[in-house]
Design a binder for this molecule. Structure first.
Ligand code: SF4
Length: 353
């Protein structure tokens, strides 16, 4: 794989490269202006001469991703399946989701092809782990969605912008630490995507040392895939708990820096007869710090071959009321994109089968 990628290169580096390649340095800014809009397609860069494009193709990875398929749910959610464009390697696939709302466009990005962490209820966990994404492959998902919105008349004048990013797609972001920290820097860079840390959320299953680093170096919004506050049960549901248990996680969450009026989100997928009874509620109530945290109850999208079923609506509502009655902010996440299998990892499996 070419180490230089258009999706992640800085202006300074590209200017230096242009000189080395015998090309005028001012072209670097023109090329990156296109890229920053979401255009990585050289053919669409109208002010760039053909001779420059030929050399770029040769010297730098231009498109880290190839679009394999795109599906749109009846609620507007779009799901993209991409193949990683790695020369000489078998095709690996990742997913990206766009959730358009009236005043915002949220892109849910993947950080790994598959996941090593094996949470038994999670669809991505059942797939073969195929490796970490590079910073360019992570950021290129955002660019590809930007390009899709730019060229889609449906979005004209509407929310044709990507305003929020969530690291909640395939993979455990903090298990791909170096690339994810680099990608965060690219998303926030003033001369690139320039997103505020308040508009980026990273969701992790709880890798404590890496959460601490995130707090020190790039304190974006934090979401924790908690799923239970009972330590023994969490050892099974979220196996990373065997290494970083609830006590360690609690300590680390207490000191994570929060932006003004922000909170940590504790994600809790509601699994029938697993983590939805009174004992589970009691444990969760005593775990949550209501001053700094809120709970997001997630309806479970079951999938073929899953050993788990989602809790019924009545049980989810009762659980939410139980939290609220104890002064804990709790919301039930509306499931989006059910009709296109928008739960983590499902599109990829559909393609493979
Ligand atoms: S829930 Fe997250 S950490 Fe666990 S297997 Fe799925 S993608 Fe990996």
């Amino acid at each position: 794989m070419n180490d230089l990628s258009l999706a992640s290169i800085s202006l300074e580096t590209l200017q230096k490269c242009m000189k080395t390649w015998g090309l005028p340095a001012f072209r670097a800014k023109q090329i990156l202006d296109w890229r920053n809009k979401g255009i990585l397609d050289l053919a669409a860069m109208k002010n760039i001469p053909q001779q420059v494009k030929v050399i770029l193709e040769e010297k730098i990875q231009v498109q880290p991703l190839q679009l394999v398929s795109k599906q749109q749910s009846s609620d507007g959610t779009r799901k993209y399946l991409f193949a990683l464009n790695r020369k000489g390697q078998a095709k690996k696939h990742i997913e990206t989701v766009l959730i358009p709302e009236e005043n915002r466009g949220t892109v849910c990005i993947s950080s790994q092809a598959g996941c090593v962490l094996d949470c038994p209820f999670c669809h991505t966990g059942t797939q073969k782990f195929e490796g970490n994404l590079t910073p360019a492959e992570i950021v290129a998902q955002v660019l590809a969605v930007k390009q899709d919105l730019l060229t889609d008349p449906m979005f004209e004048g509407l929310h044709n912008q990507v305003t929020h990013i969530v690291y909640m797609g395939m993979g455990e972001p903090l298990a791909n630490e170096t690339a994810v920290f680099d990608s965060l820097a690219l998303l926030m860079a003033e001369d690139y995507l320039h997103l505020s840390r308040r508009r980026i959320t990273l969701s992790t299953s709880g890798l404590v040392p890496q959460i601490e680093r995130l707090g020190r170096e790039a304190p974006v919004n934090l979401a924790i895939s908690l799923h239970t506050a009972i330590n023994d049960l969490r050892n099974t549901l979220v196996p990373i708990n065997q290494k970083h248990d609830l006590q360690k996680l609690r300590k680390c969450l207490n000191t994570y820096p929060l932006a003004k009026k922000r909170h940590i989100t504790l994600e809790y997928v509601m699994l029938a007869d697993v983590n939805d009874d009174d004992e589970a509620l009691k444990a969760l109530v005593s775990f949550v710090n209501p001053e700094r945290e809120r709970v997001n109850l997630i309806r479970f999208n079951t999938y073929p071959g899953s050993a788990y079923q989602g809790s019924s609506s009545e049980v989810v509502d009762k659980f939410a009321k139980g939290l609220i009655s104890k002064g804990i902010r709790a919301t039930v996440r509306r499931s989006r994109g059910d009709d296109i299998m928008a739960a983590c990892g499902q599109l990829k499996t559909a393609k493979q089968s």
